[in-house]
Design a protein around this ligand. Structure first.
Ligand code: HAM
Length: 418
């Protein structure tokens, strides 16, 4: 029997895996440059954390969670998103009692039992950041800037930033009244109506044409923003201008998770088809309190690494391969094989990437391997080299050879590489 990966997961192996690393590296650089620090959290949490934090009426919680009972009879869920876990950890460890805002970034796999398709996986990778504890529109712009800078550094161009505001409680209360009145007149089935009554905004998630048609002309939250929410939204826009980040205002934006308030945003890539959101995020005022903490606001984003890689591919951008091979040692004979082990180790300790032609490959095959691996230098070790304790370092780019004593391999490599 041949095993296959479970349905709907993405895998990255060399050389493509170095793109994956590179994208995360650029994101980390961008987050670190704005003083975000790593937070490393568990992949599974108490199911209730997501039910309460993300919202029972969301697709994520109602249909897509990987939930199971552990051996102690506890209900456990593989994390479908990162924000609830970050807030749980901040509360649990009292990080919110220290310097605010708490600024953290995280990276890793997330799980949603969605119908797999291009760009939509059941295990996917996110890089995310959260800034928790201070409600300041300038932080909203900073958070957006972290994602934007990283995308720009990777060379992505064909994307649009869309922003909106979901307002404060007052804004949402006023909008809710109008929206419920509007929905009451529509032709909706029982289940949809019941869901809409719990959280009317969720109706905008509905993908069915019959429902979507009826929603044209529905009252839009952006038109109901309180004076304070409007002022904040204006400041976010002003700060984005200062950062030189272009954006569109999208009054119809609906985020798939319930905790959003105030600023909401998405980066949409134009060559990805249906799953085009490469990053999404926004502010959440009530989440910490809902999860049993104090009432502090936060903002963050989750950025899909898988979709970002697809976007890079679609734009024809080849990310640099971070891996390179400085030295490939080709030993011939048993004594040479043991010497190769020593020399490769010396080179590695000396800061070079070194590999050995293992097994009993003939010289010709080993040289082919060196070519394929794009080794910068090759050192062939035969009986003569071992007895004379010397050899020739061959530079593969031009075929030139330098005679060296084996004892000074590292310093010779340093000289030749400078
Ligand atoms: P989200 O919009 O659910 O937000 O996900 C963020 C990003 O993760 C999406 O824009 C997409 O790029 C990627 N993503 C989501 N689901 C999948 C999937 N099934 N396959 C591939 N990629 C996917 C959140 O998760 C929030 N926690 C973001 C946030 C942080 N908001 C505030 N702070």
């Amino acid at each position: 029997m041949n095993f296959q990966a479970p349905k709907g997961v993405s895998e990255y192996f060399p050389p493509k895996s170095s793109w994956f690393e590179y994208a995360i590296w650029k994101l980390e650089e961008s987050a670190l440059a704005a003083n975000y620090r790593l937070i490393e959290l568990p992949i599974f949490e108490d199911t209730e954390l997501f039910a309460r934090g993300v919202g029972e009426t969301t697709d994520v919680v109602s249909k897509e969670m990987y939930t199971f009972e552990d051996r102690g009879g506890r209900s456990i869920t593989l994390r479908p998103e990162g924000t609830a876990g970050v807030i749980r950890s901040i509360i649990e460890h009292g990080l919110d009692r220290g310097q605010l805002p708490v600024k953290v970034f995280y990276k890793g796999p997330f799980f949603r039992a969605e119908r797999p398709q291009a760009g939509r996986y059941r295990q996917f990778y996110q890089f995310g950041i959260e800034a928790v504890g201070i409600d300041d529109p300038l932080i909203d712009a900073e958070v957006i800037g972290v994602a934007h800078r990283a995308f720009a550094k990777m060379g992505l161009r064909n994307f649009t930033l869309k922003i909106s505001s979901l307002g404060d409680q007052e804004s949402r209360r006023n909008h809710r009244v109008e929206l419920l009145q509007y929905l009451a007149k529509l032709d909706l089935d029982e289940e949809t109506r019941a869901r809409a009554e719990k959280n009317p905004l969720r109706i905008f998630d509905d993908k069915r044409e019959a429902v979507r048609k009826q929603l044209q002309g529905a009252p839009v939250l952006l038109d109901y923003l309180s004076v304070e929410s409007l002022e904040k939204f204006d400041l976010v826009q002003e700060a984005l201008h200062k950062l030189g980040i272009g954006f569109e205002i999208d009054p119809m934006m609906v985020r798939g998770l319930d905790y959003y308030t105030g600023t909401a945003f998405e980066f949409i890539h134009h060559q990805l088809g249906a799953q085009s959101t490469i990053c999404g995020g926004g502010r959440y005022d009530g989440l910490m309190e809902t999860l049993g903490g104090q009432s502090l606001s936060g903002i963050g984003f989750g950025l899909g690494i898988d979709r970002t890689l697809l976007a890079l591919e679609a734009e024809g951008i080849e990310l640099a391969d971070r891996q390179y091979l400085d030295l490939f040692i080709i030993p011939i004979g048993d004594a040479a094989r043991m010497r190769a082990v020593e020399l490769a180790n010396e080179a590695r300790i000396g800061g070079f990437v070194a590999d050995i032609s293992y097994g009993d490959r003939a010289l010709k095959g080993s040289m082919k391997a060196a070519d394929k691996l794009q080794a910068h230098f090759v050192l062939v070790l035969g009986e003569d080299e071992i007895s004379s304790n010397s050899g020739k370092l061959k530079r593969m780019s031009d075929g030139s050879e330098s005679s060296i004593t084996l004892a000074s391999l590292v310093s010779e490599l340093k000289k030749l590489s400078s």
